[in-house]
Design a protein around this ligand. Structure first.
Ligand code: G4P
Length: 528
């Protein structure tokens, strides 16, 4: 009973956007509503700032911030809200993909002037694949931007969503008058004052009401009536089940910086967003309401303090209750482990907790036992699915540059890979190590961290690889697969889990290989 109540009151979600659309600003305003922070400016932006320092130092700075902002929790109207941080920078896309395995819904922020941008497209594609319910927030209405209908069209086309507006803007930019809230049937007038209180909302339950003309002027009132007519005839009516099945995406308009339209978004969010959802494991679907605890690691933060080899593994609780000092099974290692000081996260601090519920994130101190994707249970041997590796974009040989420190290098590489900074492949032919990354910056980060955290030195050597493809033979023993392994021996490697990977050197050679070996499947992700 208690467990069910705790589950029902939780909403765990992520905010995704292209950098600069307003994710940090929106997060901050949400925290202000929850009373979790007292003033604006308290949430540090996790984005990479260009300029002042070299790029990898900037990433270190970002890494420091992202420990603090990994999970931001607060209560609003008796609902416990957990916001999981998702870096917008493209070099951290994998980090964001992994975090998306731990959310139950997302809010996508779109800049009214820039419309749908590249990172948003990529991230929403992953949300769609995973059937994650999405609410769209169109931001910066205080600025000149695209026409609302054009934007809704663009969102449908570029993001492949099926939208329905739950609010509608009145004017825009200099002429921005406010927002009509279709969901609550009222008008919120824009004054440009971020401290503006919710009292200034005026109930207009009937759109023909002449009061509307007085409030926003005849011209805007007429325009709004026309727009709403059109919107209601073009877009489907909002349906909560459709939204939760990820078949329909409600859209809100506002200005995060001016704290405008944010309360409407939050009030609707807590009513419609799903509480913690069931999750698929390799053996069965696990319901959050099950008595027995289970959860999985979706993020690891390591060595923030170089003096202590500390790592914090972030575990999303899927089912049951997680208790301090209770032994749990680390399924991959087949070992029982207990945690004496699990951390819960709040807006600006973390604290030791005795008990946590599905939807919550606990931070577990770890000395190197966890890898991303690891599952903890009360004894059941199952592994949560859905944390695949994606083919990296950049590949280089990594060499030891200090023969006296080969142990340190080995350990450093291992731990950084566990953390998910990059992927390691070992060539079948000669056991040489190849590092694959999403962004070119990561090579610098790895070199820097190996030196500063492990006292090891490395250098890189170029390698011409286009994509890494996970190989799935129809039958390991068939002649075609044997021939493929013989002919392509130079291009074959094993990943961390010992899965076979084909390192194609060009799109053309990949195509030729696929044609030549039609019974073998080549996958761009490690989970298929
Ligand atoms: P991000 O986390 O998605 O990268 O975006 P962030 O919130 O940092 O916002 C990016 C920029 O857009 C910031 O300005 C922020 O103040 C501005 N912004 C956010 N919401 C609104 C809005 O509703 N209206 C307007 N006009 N601007 C908005 P900046 O100059 O880059 O940073 P800062 O110096 O103001 O922090």
């Amino acid at each position: 009973m208690k467990l069910k109540q705790e589950i029902n009151k939780r909403r765990t979600f992520g905010i995704v956007s292209h950098p600069d659309a307003g994710k940090t600003t929106l997060t901050e305003k949400l925290l202000l509503f929850g009373g979790a922070i007292q003033e604006a400016g308290a949430v540090k932006s996790n984005k990479i700032k260009k300029g002042a320092t070299s790029d990898f130092m900037e990433i270190e700075r970002q890494r420091g911030i992202s420990v603090a902002t990994s999970v931001l929790a607060f209560e609003y109207k008796d609902i416990k809200i957990n916001i999981l941080d998702t870096p917008g920078h493209k070099d951290f896309a994998e980090d964001t993909f992994r975090t998306l395995t731990a959310v139950d819904s997302v809010i996508v922020v779109v800049d009214v002037a820039k419309g749908v941008e590249e990172q948003t497209e990529k991230l929403v594609k992953v949300c769609r694949m995973r059937k994650i319910p999405i609410i769209v927030f169109i931001n910066k209405l205080d600025r000149e931007g695209k026409d609302a209908f054009d934007l809704l069209d663009e969102i449908e086309q570029k993001l492949g969503l099926s939208v329905t507006p739950l609010s509608f803007p009145i004017g825009m930019g200099y002429d921005f008058k406010g927002i009509y809230n279709i969901w609550e049937k009222n008008v919120n007038l824009f004054t440009g004052d971020p401290r503006k209180d919710i009292e200034e909302t005026v109930e207009i339950d009937e759109i023909e009401n002449p009061e509307l003309d007085e409030l926003i002027g005849e011209k805007h009132a007429e325009e709004l009536r026309d727009n709403l007519d059109l919107a209601l005839s073009v877009y489907p009516e909002f349906d909560i089940e459709e939204y939760r099945k990820a078949d329909l995406q409600p859209v809100f308009f506002g200005s995060a910086l001016n704290n405008f339209g944010v309360r409407e978004l939050l009030d609707c969010f807590i009513k419609i967003a799903p509480s913690p959802r069931p999750k698929e494991s390799d053996t069965r679907l696990v319901e959050p309401t099950e008595d027995k605890f289970s959860g999985f690691v979706f993020k690891i933060h390591a060595n923030m303090d170089p003096k202590h080899r500390d790592r914090l593994a972030f575990v999303k609780i899927v089912s049951g209750t997680f208790e301090r000092n209770k032994p749990y099974l680390h399924v991959r290692n087949q070992k029982k482990v207990k945690f004496s000081s699990p951390n819960a996260f709040f807006a600006e601090k973390k604290e030791i907790v005795d008990i946590s519920y599905p939807g919550d994130i606990v931070g577990l101190h770890d000395t190197g036992n966890f890898k991303i994707g690891d599952t903890l249970t009360e004894g059941e041997k199952m592994q949560y699915k859905g944390i695949p590796s994606f083919s990296p974009e950049h590949f280089r040989y990594i060499n030891n540059a200090d023969p006296m420190k080969s142990k340190q290098l080995e350990k450093g590489i291992d731990q950084l890979m566990d953390e998910g900074v990059a992927q390691l492949f070992k060539l079948e032919l000669n056991n040489r190590k190849v590092i694959g990354t999403v962004g070119a910056l990561q090579f610098e980060v790895i070199q820097y961290r190996l030196e500063h955290e492990y006292g090891a030195k490395c250098n890189y050597e170029n390698l011409n690889v286009y994509k890494a493809l996970w190989v799935e033979p129809s039958d390991e023993k068939n002649e075609e697969f044997k021939e493929f392994k013989r002919v392509k021996a130079k291009y074959l490697a094993k990943d961390k889990k010992n899965q076979l990977v084909f390192l194609a050197d060009s799109a053309f050679s990949l195509q030729m290989t696929q044609q030549k070996y039609p019974t073998i499947k080549f996958h761009l992700t490690s989970e298929f």
